[in-house]
Design a binder for this molecule. Structure first.
Ligand code: FES
Length: 201
């Protein structure tokens, strides 16, 4: 890994971090494979949960929001993406999410709440040294991806690879899966990231 590649990874994170804009609520337009940072006013307070409108995240798209100063990815996985998840368990470091990197309700094959199993909510910070991986939601086409890559997330700093459930592949420098933050659904189209207590807002 050259210094330029490391710098590129850091730069991606910094660019995203410095384009944050305020708003009453975290309502964003999902753009395929691009990041948009739309933290709520409450997110400006350390540790505050953020409310996210997921109604505009089309299948196959990713929305990037900020929570506790970190990127949080919300991915609307297609059926095709979901079908891929069960096909490479043997290549994963922790396919069954034994390491507590997720709330108990996301300790399952999709690492998501089962009432909205297609929606992945994950903290986009590499568990190796903290770079922000890139979205590689489609197979085989770009940096760090081989033709048998099932899609997911790729960390350019040292080459860690994660699948579409944010599970790390064997041989990656990252030792464990990406973190799934506490979250809950306020409605079919709104998620609260950072709080999963009953009735709390
Ligand atoms: S920080 Fe991601 S691979 Fe090293």
């Amino acid at each position: 890994m050259s210094k330029n590649e490391v710098d590129r990874g850091k730069r991606r994170f910094l660019i995203a971090a410095t384009t944050a804009v305020g708003g009453v609520a975290a309502v964003g337009v999902a753009i395929p494979f691009l990041s948009s940072w739309l933290p709520s006013q409450r997110a400006k307070a350390a540790g505050a949960p953020i409310e996210v409108d997921i109604s505009k995240i089309e299948p196959g798209m990713l929305l990037n929001v900020a929570w506790r100063g970190k990127p949080v990815w919300i991915v609307n996985r297609t059926k095709e993406m979901m079908d891929l998840l069960g096909k490479h368990d043997g290549k994963l470091t922790d396919p069954k999410s034994e390491v507590p990197q997720q709330p108990e309700y996301c300790r399952n094959a999709t690492r998501s709440r089962q009432e909205h199993a297609n929606i992945l909510v994950a903290v986009g910070v590499c568990t190796h040294l903290g770079c922000s991986p890139s979205e590689k939601l489609k197979a085989g086409s770009s940096e760090g991806m081989s033709s048998d890559w099932p899609g997911g997330f790729f960390c350019p700093c040292h080459g860690s690879r994660f699948d579409l459930a944010a599970r790390v592949f064997n041989g990656s420098p990252a030792p464990i899966n990406l973190l799934i933050p506490p979250h809950k659904y306020l409605s079919a189209s709104r998620i609260l990231v950072g709080d999963d207590s009953k009735g709390a807002r």
